[in-house]
Design a protein around this ligand. Structure first.
Ligand SMILES: CC(C)(COP(=O)(O)OP(=O)(O)OC[C@H]1O[C@@H](n2cnc3c(N)ncnc32)[C@H](O)[C@@H]1OP(=O)(O)O)[C@@H](O)C(=O)NCCC(=O)NCCS
Length: 179
């Protein structure tokens, strides 16, 4: 995966009804450690990273790159949205396209925050990269993620086996999403 290399980066913080999408800051470091070390968050993502390793290795200001949004609720990070260029994707239909990923802290699940934030990120993407589709890969067993993808307007391209599980490749485009 590569970053989007977007000329439109960084955007002004994006405000939704309840959330702000913004670049990572030094004050987000503890939430990044929590997110990346959480076994619950990584149930369908190949497992968490060891907390002590993260404490040692994460930079003081978490890395900033075009397409990496921190999701902020009332001044605290509750999740991350990643839009990256799927350069090395194993499925030809996804190769080179923008790829959406999302990780939220378990205490913030089930409140619609992920849907609200991802819709705003896709809106930003559509304005910055007009007409370009976005792909998303998730395990079919990851029901919350499958539901979220459907709610956002992703439609199935194909299912495939990888990393020891069935994967779902979905695609979103401004045209299909606005129907
Ligand atoms: C995927 C994730 C962001 C979803 O967060 P969330 O807080 O449940 O998301 P939202 O509240 O915006 O809504 C998701 C939808 O899934 C549904 N859902 C949530 N958990 C579910 C579950 N276990 N089974 C079925 N549906 C579920 C919600 O009801 C909601 O649908 P609705 O609006 O029709 O009620 C969150 O579970 C997460 O961070 N998981 C770990 C990281 C991950 O697996 N990311 C996916 C890889 S890209």
């Amino acid at each position: 995966m590569d970053d989007l290399g977007s000329a439109a980066w960084p955007p002004e913080p994006i405000r939704t009804g309840r959330l702000v999408l913004r670049e990572p800051e030094g004050r987000d470091r503890a939430a990044f450690v929590e997110l990346l070390a959480s076994p619950e968050v990584h149930t369908y993502l190949g497992g968490p990273r060891p907390r002590d390793e993260l404490e040692r290795e994460l930079p003081g200001v978490p890395e900033r790159w075009p397409g990496s949004f921190v999701i902020d609720l009332d001044g605290s990070m509750i999740g991350q949205i990643l839009l990256r260029r799927a350069t090395g994707h194993r499925r030809p239909a996804a190769a080179g396209k923008a790829d959406l990923g999302y990780l939220f802290l378990p205490r913030a699940w089930g409140c619609g925050y992920a849907g609200e934030a991802c819709a705003a990120a896709l809106g930003w993407f559509a304005a910055a990269h007009p007409g370009e589709p976005v792909v998303l890969t998730t395990q079919t067993a990851n029901l919350a993620s499958m539901r979220l993808a459907a709610k956002l307007g992703f439609t199935e391209v194909e299912r495939f086996e990888a990393w020891g599980a069935e994967q779902w490749l979905g695609m979103w485009s401004p045209v299909t999403a606005s129907r």
